[in-house]
Design a protein around this ligand. Structure first.
Ligand code: IPM
Ligand code: MN
Length: 360
């Protein structure tokens, strides 16, 4: 791997605590596997907003467009409205950089207890459409403050947008167990969801080797709880994908461990790697947040950058640390600090079996 340049946006709340742990572990993997990674900090977020009135500078996107990837913590703080903080920082990055796939692995690790009595072997991917759908600016408010006050918001699905995320999901399924589940609601939402189903069936024709199933979102959430081990790859639109990607990790014990990759598969723009969780104002500043979601996002970033061995080594190290039952943070039933868990993963890396062979 050539020298890579990563834009770091710690953002707000626990983002500032977990990002340093992610960087520490990725740096350790880089040292062990001979990768050259350079980090550049961008102090954007709600503090930046307090200082300047903006979440990021006006030319912010230009400043990071040339980086190889973006490593993000979390965005949002009670002092700034969500509409302002998210729609002038997170959403512009996802959209302008055409990060139309939000890839979110869901895995139950040994040592972390699921709220389910018999969870089985949970190991699947959610492929969430990340650029359109219900997250649309089309709509508005009329008669504000009056009795007949009304709002409307349009869901936007495009053929182009559905096809590209579905193709990504089918390709991923093809590399795994060749089974793809689609989340829909075409019995109740009568224009967009039947269109989603139509495109799903059309793209399925290109992948005759992949078995498909389609579920309405209501029963699919029930299946996530009743038989999570039966899924392999699940493709969903923006809102259903968002909901499923909190539910899936909750079933594996905690959303604190869940990572994500906002991917521009064509690599015309940098992709962005961030945990699924938010800035968690309620526990921020206490050094108790779970850093695994951020660390695992770092592994996804290395994989995307062409260093799969280093990525696998990090995921292995996470698995071994969690299985040991030591250094678990509060959300996993332990008492360890954010720093201690991050350090434990960094330490576990250097005894990775592959690594031991290289040096042994
Ligand atoms: C996520 C988050 C965001 C989303 C919020 C913060 C807008 O929940 O990344 O899952 O809905 O995409
Ligand atoms: Mn979410």
């Amino acid at each position: 791997m050539r020298s890579t340049k990563i834009a770091v946006i710690q953002g707000d709340g626990i983002g500032k605590e977990v990002v340093p742990q992610g960087i520490k572990v990725v740096n350790e993997a880089a040292r062990l596997f001979g990768l050259d990674i350079r980090w550049e900090d961008f102090e954007w977020g709600c503090d930046h907003h307090a200082r300047t009135g903006r979440m990021m500078p006006e030319n912010g996107l230009d400043q990071i467009a040339g980086h190889d990837a973006i490593f993000l913590g979390a965005i949002g703080w009670p002092t700034v409205s969500d509409v302002e903080s998210l729609w002038t920082l997170l959403m512009p990055i996802r959209r302008n950089f055409q990060q139309y796939v939000n890839l979110r692995p869901v895995r139950l690790f040994d040592g972390v207890s699921s709220p389910l009595v018999n969870p089985g072997n949970i190991d699947f991917y959610i492929v969430r459409e990340n650029n359109e759908g219900e997250y649309s600016e089309i709509g508005g408010r009329m008669f504000p403050g009056m009795d007949q006050e009304m709002v409307s918001q349009e869901t936007v699905l495009t053929r182009f947008g559905c096809d590209r995320v579905m193709r990504f999901a089918f390709e991923l399924a093809r590399k795994r167990k060749k089974k793809l589940t689609s989340a829909t609601k075409s019995n109740g939402i009568i224009h967009t969801m039947p269109f989603w189903d139509e495109r799903f069936r059309a793209i399925a024709q290109e992948f005759p080797d992949v078995a498909t199933e389609q579920y309405h979102i209501d029963i699919l959430t029930a299946h996530f709880v009743r038989r999570p081990a039966s899924f392999d790859v699940v493709v969903a639109g923006n809102l259903f994908g968002d909901i499923l990607s909190d539910l899936g990790p909750a079933v594996t014990g905690t959303i604190g461990i869940a990572p994500s990759g906002n991917l521009n598969p064509e690599r015309r723009f940098p992709s962005m790697f961030e945990p699924v969780h938010g800035s968690a104002p309620d526990i921020a500043g206490q050094n108790i947040a779970n850093p695994i979601g951020q660390i695992w996002s770092g592994a996804m970033m290395l994989e995307h950058l062409g260093a799969p061995e280093a990525a696998n080594a990090i995921v292995d190290a996470i698995a071994r640390v969690l299985a040991s039952g030591e250094n678990l943070t509060r959300d996993m039933g332990g008492t360890a600090s954010t720093d201690a868990l991050g350090q434990a993963v960094a330490d576990a890396l250097s005894i990775h079996p592959l690594e031991a062979r290289r040096h042994g």
